[in-house]
Write a protein that binds this ligand. Sequence first.
Ligand SMILES: [Zn+2]
Length: 507
Amino acid sequence: MKKVMMFLLAITLISACSHTPNTLQEKKELKAHLGKGHVSKETSVEKKIVGIPEYPKAAQRKIVKGGPDDSISNFRPDPIQNENKATYKLDLTMDSEEKFTVTAEVKVENISKDEWNEIVFYFIPNAFTEENKPESLKNAAEVSISSIELDGEKADYLLDHDTLYLPLEESFKPGEERSVTVRYTLTVPEFGFRLSNNFNNIYLAEWYPMLATYHSGWRKEDYIVSGESYFTDYSDFKVKYSLPEEYMVLSTADNDPANPSASGELESQNVKEFYMALTKNMEVVQQTAGDVEVRVAGVASTESLKQILDKSVNVLNYFSAKLSPYPQKQIDIITDEGGMEYPGIVTIGPFNEGHKDEGRGSQYFALIHEIAHQWFYGTVNNDPYYDVFIDEGLTNFATYLFLIGHDKKTPEETFAFAEQHAARTTALAHLPLHEYLNGGFMGANYEIPPLKLWELTGGEKEAFDYLSKYVELYSYQEVDTAEWIRFTKSYFKLNDDQFFQEWISYE
Ligand SMILES: [Zn+2]
């Protein structure tokens, strides 16, 4: 579960603000600076003065008030169309000091109507350097970009916190394709946040430059340690790795090697991001669920891992039957990290001895929740900066439904925690991530949405009918709040916005 530490969020938010040049002098400096070549670690003082210039930003769609568009049988989905496309070729080499050398080749396609003067990436490892890291983290990442090439030519760039910005001398026209190659070294922080080295088990989350999406403007927000401040579209990945010794590799790919390996090639199609874990001292147990291979990795006893495996298979089978078949051929569950979802792989914390605790804060709940994200995040996309209640709310709703439908808990006991949490939450859902500084993040986005949806559906079958229709209509598409409301209004034949306005911000 993602714990919200508002104090830390405040600190991080302030430190995450981009510097933008306001004066003519600053803009001149930028031009002169860009002429000089790329910004690297050594020129970071200069980089701070100059900053990244303003670039076109996307606007949020407005919620349309009023009755439903149409009955659900005639309903036409109107997802957000991302206007760029990225294809990734990542080459990762680790040396004996656990330092990575990465070559990331990203093919970028402009499928918008706009001519671009820049290409914008997230480069999240840079949010964890000594200079930028959240105060909650003791150890820093070491990141150094050695070069960036655009279509094979050395290119200028600016790096500010987690924003990697490439100014283009020649505009990037609609329908064109460019190739960006970023070469860098990376040392993963010990006990970091998602990108982490814990006792020589290395977790690589958001470790490569990720293309920001585009919708009549770039969609790139500053990194925030709470929640997910980054948003990516579906892409294809080819990943090559070379390690100084054998590691067990668990990743987003379906073709993870069965045994420890020192080199290999992994591949994934149509996934939002590519996660990798390189584990040294974990045991892996596995079982098939239909045609899906389920693997559980951890440092716990074999008996405990097997119990988690049984539970994982139950959860995967249940959601596959109730929502839609799980879209990949393999799912990995790592039981030695914080709760987090990635395509084809999830992380949770270690289970308590004896597996007795099955409450809202338990790892059992986290396991169900993170697997449910394979549908609400993995299969249907939404921007977790602006519309976080969509994936977290629907994921938690599915989790509660599993407890009712599969584990035969009563709705009263299932929703008791959510009721208590909701009672002390005043924040609305659908605020940008940075507006949860004063609290309410969990209540508004994780707990109130399931309660409201339970109120609308009133039964496990009705609820899964609604959720499976949502998954069917929006698979591999992006839903924003405006569209989610439009769909839900049509599905339940709601004639006005009263139901939503009680708990969703219409601003
Ligand atoms: Zn979640």
